[in-house]
Design a protein around this ligand. Structure first.
Ligand code: FES
Ligand code: FE2
Length: 446
């Protein structure tokens, strides 16, 4: 049975720090990282080009020739399954005069042909054709240039890439985080929802809000009627990765009457087959019944509850994969959020939301309602993958909780740039941010 606890407990809230890891200890931290173009350039040179990042899903390159594009900052990559059945990643750039290839976000190609002068490469990156080669001085083309390749490894059904040949292997980078996530079987999950939005905030303003629960009472009033937002557990794993456990079996102690049933909490009880009326006046007894109810629910849909800890079964476990991903993980599915820096503007970012689910075609199988999987989505794994939906900020909803953050966070982006703002102060409830920025600063100093 997996355990959920590491070694050292800090005062204040339930936080767990493995020995040897440290938090940032500055009283006030610098807010320029949220808007400075100079720091964004440093991030590019010292962080984004040095670490592993998630480019996409293995299932999107299932057959030879399948490819997808991945944009990070000003770079574009093409991830492709080559004819030798290997997944490879190349910079999306022609070696003649630097044109990008004209590729869709997803597709299948027998070769990559440059749209400028039609040089062509095989899908393993080797040169196929130089147009009118006889008109080139031989020494300019004698190396028969391949496409520029970047490191590419897979874990959990994700394709990761890394631009730094000296970075440690992916498994070393993920460390114990991979073991904590292993029970979910994310590698088997399918894409059930794929949204990409442009946000008018720095990528870290977005990410920060998903690494703490401290703002839930003020920004998400519906949420605190179904979660205990004060007693989150925060845990760190090394290399900047961390987790918070969001208790889903109790309501906020901030509510006037925390013992009263709320409509939102009734939904949580009903989702695991319990009758809310049985818990009227005795909500403190709900947790064991909810765990048992969820175990039965999992068995009904072919999952093995014994692979999960109790908290993984019933609570919402939010994992941060350094530097720009969060997973809200449940046995039946995972909400993945990815924050990507804008190519030129530190006040903007790309916010990607995927819902990954186990495959099941039994009636009644569904994701937690806060993931807002569109009604009627095929979770059997037999249908086509849903297309990626591109959303302009404010034009289309992504689900209640995410929309509340999307609407509010641009005001933080403006506020951190105020001449009157003297710096960021972090509590134990924001422990993951303190830990995250310790690792972030380590990269930027390197
Ligand atoms: S730039 Fe690609 S063939 Fe000329
Ligand atoms: Fe939020």
């Amino acid at each position: 049975m997996p355990t959920d606890k590491a070694a050292e407990q800090l005062a204040g809230t339930r936080n767990f720090m493995p020995p040897g890891l440290r938090l940032g200890d500055e009283v006030l931290t610098d807010q320029k990282k949220y808007y400075s173009a100079e720091i964004a350039r440093q991030e590019w040179n010292s962080l984004w080009t040095r670490v592993w990042t998630i480019a996409g899903r293995v299932s999107d390159v299932a057959s030879p020739g399948d490819y997808f594009r991945y944009e990070l900052g000003g770079e574009s990559f093409v991830i492709v399954r080559s004819t030798d059945d290997r997944i490879r990643a190349f910079y999306n750039v022609c070696q003649h005069r630097g044109s990008r290839f004209d590729l869709g976000e997803f597709g299948n190609a027998a070769k990559f042909v440059c749209p400028f002068h039609s040089w062509a490469w095989n899908i393993d990156g080797t040169l196929k054709r130089i147009t009118d080669i006889e008109t080139f001085p031989p020494k300019t083309v004698c190396d028969r240039p391949n496409l520029s390749e970047v490191r590419c490894e897979t874990w959990g059904g994700f394709v990761f890439i890394c631009m730094d040949d000296r970075a440690p292997p992916l498994t070393e980078f993920l460390g114990t985080l991979a073991a904590a996530l292993a029970p979910y079987g994310i590698e088997e999950m399918i894409v059930a929802k794929d949204y990409s939005a442009d946000w008018p905030t720095n990528w870290k303003i977005g990410l920060d809000a998903f690494m703490e629960g401290y703002h839930a009472h003020a920004r998400h009033p519906e949420l605190i009627r179904m979660i205990d937002d004060y007693n989150f557990e925060y845990e760190v794993f090394g290399n900047g990765h961390s987790r918070m456990i969001i208790p889903m079996t109790a309501k906020s102690p901030r509510l006037k009457d925390p013992s009263a049933l709320t409509a939102e909490f009734c939904l949580s009880l009903q989702a695991v087959g319990l009758d809310p009326r049985e818990f009227e006046g005795r909500l403190q007894d709900a947790r064991p019944a909810m765990i048992e109810g969820k175990r039965r629910w999992m068995e009904r849909f072919g999952m093995d509850p014994s692979a999960f800890s109790e908290t993984q079964i019933i609570d919402d476990a939010n994992y941060n994969v350094f530097p720009n991903i969060t997973f809200n993980a449940h046995p039946e599915g995972v909400l993945v959020m990815r924050f990507r820096p804008h190519a030129t503007d530190p006040n903007r970012c790309h916010y990607d939301v995927w819902v990954l689910t186990r495959t099941c075609d039994a009636p009644g199988f569904a994701m937690p309602f806060y993931m807002a999987v569109p009604e009627g989505t095929d979770l059997s794994g037999k249908g086509p993958r849903p297309a990626r939906r591109h959303i302009k900020h404010g034009e289309e909803g992504m689900g209640l909780v995410l929309d509340q953050d999307a609407e509010f966070l641009p005001t933080v982006q403006a506020g951190v740039q105020s001449r009157g703002f003297r710096g960021i102060r972090l509590s134990h409830q924001e422990l993951r941010l303190r830990y995250y920025y310790e690792e972030y600063n380590r990269h930027l100093r390197a």
